[in-house]
Design a protein around this ligand. Structure first.
Ligand SMILES: [Zn+2]
Length: 176
C-alpha cells in the first residue's frame, strides 16, 4: 500500500489566487506536506509531488511510484465570492474512486463544518484519467470565499487530519 499525494499546481502555475494574493499552490502544499508527515509517522508508505512546469508531470510520476491510491489536493475558486464548500472529484466509472471520494467528502465536511457540495464524477481531469491507482481530486474549500479562506489559512491541519482519517478508513475497508 502506498499513498501518492499531489499538491495541486506549483512552479510556474500558482492555481487560483485570493484577493490577498494567497496562492492555491501554497495552501495545497501546506496541507499535502502535513498529510505526508502524518502518513510517514504512522508507518505508511507515501510519496509527495508538486509540479514544477506542468500538470503533465504528475501522472508519469504516479505511474512509476507503485501507488495504490492517488490524492490530489486543490482549492476551489469562483468569480462570485458567495460560492463556498467542499467537493471531491473522482474519475467517472471508477467504483473505487467514488468510494474514496465519498469517504473524504464526509470526513472533511464533518471536520470543518463547511458546505457539503457532494462528490463529482469528472471525465476531463488529466490527473484522474491518467493515473493508474484509484484517484481523487479534493477541492478542499473556496479560496475565493472569505470564510472558507480563513479556515484554509488559519487551520490547514484540520483538512490534513480529515484526509488522514479518511485514509485509515480506506485501509480498514480494504479499498487500498
Ligand atoms: Zn486547482
Amino acid at each position: 500500500m502506498k499513498i501518492f499525494i499531489n499538491a495541486g499546481h506549483g512552479g510556474t502555475d500558482p492555481g487560483a489566487c485570493s484577493k490577498q494574493k494567497i496562492k492555491e499552490s501554497d495552501i495545497a502544499s501546506i496541507i499535502g506536506l502535513m498529510l505526508l508527515n502524518r502518513l510517514k509517522l504512522n508507518g505508511y508508505f507515501a510519496e509527495y509531488f508538486q509540479q514544477k512546469e506542468s500538470h503533465f508531470e504528475i501522472s508519469p510520476k504516479e505511474n512509476q511510484s507503485g501507488a495504490t491510491c492517488f490524492i490530489s489536493i486543490h482549492c476551489n475558486s469562483f468569480t462570485k465570492e458567495e460560492a463556498n464548500g467542499v467537493e471531491v472529484c473522482y474519475c467517472k466509472d471508477s467504483k473505487k474512486g467514488l468510494e474514496l471520494a465519498q469517504i473524504v467528502q464526509k470526513e472533511i465536511v464533518s471536520a470543518t463544518g463547511l458546505t457539503d457540495r457532494g462528490v463529482k464524477a469528472r471525465e476531463d481531469l488529466t490527473v484522474l484519467n491518467r493515473t493508474k491507482a484509484p484517484a481523487i481530486l479534493i477541492e478542499t474549500a473556496f479560496i475565493s470565499n472569505p470564510n472558507d479562506l480563513k479556515l484554509l489559512v488559519e487551520s490547514p491541519e484540520v483538512f490534513a487530519e480529515a484526509i488522514w482519517e479518511s485514509i485509515k478508513k480506506f485501509k480498514s475497508k480494504g479499498l487500498i
